[in-house]
Ligand binder design. Structure first.
Ligand code: ADE
Length: 239
């Protein structure tokens, strides 16, 4: 999968994403992450990319033309017009289901706004999806774009090495993940639950599923409404 991030701060996104699991996936050729500097498409001699909003108001707006030219350069290079996600608090809230859907794309453009936003006309022309990462306002779209690249990348086959781990994480089935333990068997007087030492796989699976259900009830009861529970799991919640 190939990400194209249109931004005024290419170093910010590339420094963050070239490390750890996404960085390894890039090195292994499973992903490519390109930052396109919108300033390279400034069309005046001062290389400015922002201007005052018509009608007045605080701050500056990113102008339409540099954003448009940056996208057109990507589209021309690819010979197609990929989906464009504009990161904005006005978008739909990002979630695991959206990550799964977007992970099916071969090419994805992420457009990062700054200042007070971007001239509406270019958004109308190129944006296909408006996405927010939560109900708070950040100074720009770079961190949200990095969040999306991270969440989508780990769903691309091979990126996690062990494809099973992507499946069993929190939010699959709308349940939170069960608690996990590693060595030593006892730490600060707390013991690892006996069942996990038993080697009995069916019992372990059952315990984990129950813990997921209970933990979801305790920490994210809103998720339980969206999740399909067996009659015995429903009973567990009533206890
Ligand atoms: N840009 C500024 N705030 C944002 C948010 N919460 N989500 C996505 N993009 C943003």
């Amino acid at each position: 999968m190939n990400f194209h991030i249109l931004t005024l701060f290419p170093d910010m996104v590339m420094d963050g994403l070239n490390t750890s699991i996404t960085g390894r996936a890039v090195n292994n050729g499973l992903l490519s992450i390109e930052a396109v500097n919108i300033r390279d498409y400034a069309f005046n001699k001062h290389q400015s990319v922002d201007d005052y909003p018509y009608g007045g108001g605080a701050g500056m707006l990113m102008q339409a033309e540099p954003v448009y030219l940056a996208y057109e350069a990507v589209a021309e290079k690819l010979g197609k017009r990929p989906r464009v996600v504009y990161l904005s608090p006005q978008g739909q809230t990002f979630n695991q289901q959206m990550a799964e859907e977007l992970a099916q794309e071969e090419e994805l453009v992420l457009l990062c706004g700054h200042y007070e936003g971007i001239d509406e006309r270019v958004l109308e022309e190129i944006v296909t999806d408006y996405v927010s990462i939560g109900d708070y306002v950040l100074t720009g779209g770079e961190l949200p774009a990095m969040v999306m690249v991270d969440a989508i990348s780990r769903l691309v086959p091979g990126v996690l090495h062990n494809d099973v781990s992507a499946e069993f994480e929190s939010f699959q089935d709308n349940l939170l993940e069960y608690p996990q333990y590693s060595r030593p068997e006892e730490w600060h007087g707390k013991k690892v639950p006996e069942v996990l030492l038993s080697g009995h796989h069916a019992n372990i699976e059952k315990w984990r599923r129950e813990q997921s259900v209970l933990r979801t009830k305790e920490r994210r009861p809103d998720l339980l409404e969206k999740c399909e529970l067996t009659p015995s799991e429903k009973k567990l919640l009533e206890e």
